[in-house]
Design a protein around this ligand. Structure first.
Ligand code: SAH
Length: 247
């Protein structure tokens, strides 16, 4: 399971933090680090803070956009240091680990970590199936990026050790028969949904309100598989075709 977890750092400012994250990950047995548009990387400060985890920095995937970081991921989790405008399924690190450990073996999971000064944007958080918050001291709540990665990856490691015990149940209580939809397929589905809802005048692009975020939250909660996404898209195509016939 730990091999299928990708730690994604979004727009990190301080290269030292990237090194600290690499070290925290390697200590917990994770190896896949992805950097979305880091401010300074590669950098000597990153290497210095990584101590013996320079191999993770060498192997880091550096991309320009979050789309590239998430295209092949089936489950996306966003870290959040504070609550946001519309509520989202929110768990603590231990609960997150209990969700991730029993996932089907081929499931690729991404955990997103935000900018040191302002975290993740609302759009970035709305890409996520779950949000995870570390319950810190409210009077001193600012947690260093690498410390946040350490806490979350420690819980994943503990859950993996437990999951290895006999009798552990897979997610949904049964082995799934179809691969989960990945990030690219989900985004194509949401684009399609937005387009058809606009066509049938259910969504007003001038006044979108929170319709798309709410629909994203609803559909992501279901963690649809590839066939389910195809069925939904087939329904959208049929609706669009029928609406064009009638007009
Ligand atoms: N001032 C920022 C905090 C950013 S801290 C804000 O208000 O959002 C940088 C990153 O560390 C966050 O984006 C998140 O990835 C992680 N982090 C910090 N504190 C956290 C917490 N309590 N729970 C989960 N992640 C946290």
């Amino acid at each position: 399971m730990l091999n299928n977890v990708r730690i994604v750092l979004v727009n990190t400012t301080h290269p030292g933090n990237i090194g600290g994250v690499a070290r925290a990950m390697k200590n917990m047995g994770l190896s896949e680090l992805c950097l979305v548009a880091p401010k300074k990387f590669p950098h000597e400060d990153a290497l210095a803070r990584a101590a013996g985890a320079g191999d993770l920095l060498d192997g880091a995937l550096v991309v320009d956009s979050l789309d590239d970081a998430l295209a092949d991921c089936h489950l996306v989790v966003g870290t959040s240091a504070r609550s946001r405008s519309i509520p989202w399924p929110l768990v603590n690190p231990r609960e997150l680990a209990a969700i991730v450990a029993p996932l089907p073996v081929e499931t690729k999971v991404a955990i997103l970590f935000g900018r040191e000064d302002r975290g993740l944007t609302n759009d970035e958080l709305q890409r996520c199936h779950h949000h995870v918050h570390i319950p810190v001291n409210e009077e001193f709540s600012s947690l260093n990026l690498a410390a946040a990665v350490q806490v979350i990856t420690y819980e994943l490691r503990m859950a993996e050790l437990l999951q290895a015990e006999p009798g552990a149940k897979p997610q949904w209580g049964t082995e799934w028969d179809v691969e989960l939809a990945d990030g690219r397929e989900l985004e194509l589905m949401f684009d399609h949904l937005e387009q058809v809802l606009t066509e049938v005048e259910f969504l007003d692009p001038q006044k979108p309100r929170n319709l798309m975020p709410r629909l994203r939250r609803l559909l992501l909660r279901a963690v649809p598989d590839k066939i389910e996404v195809n069925v939904l898209r087939g329904m959208l195509s049929a609706m669009s075709k029928s609406a064009k016939k009638d007009s």
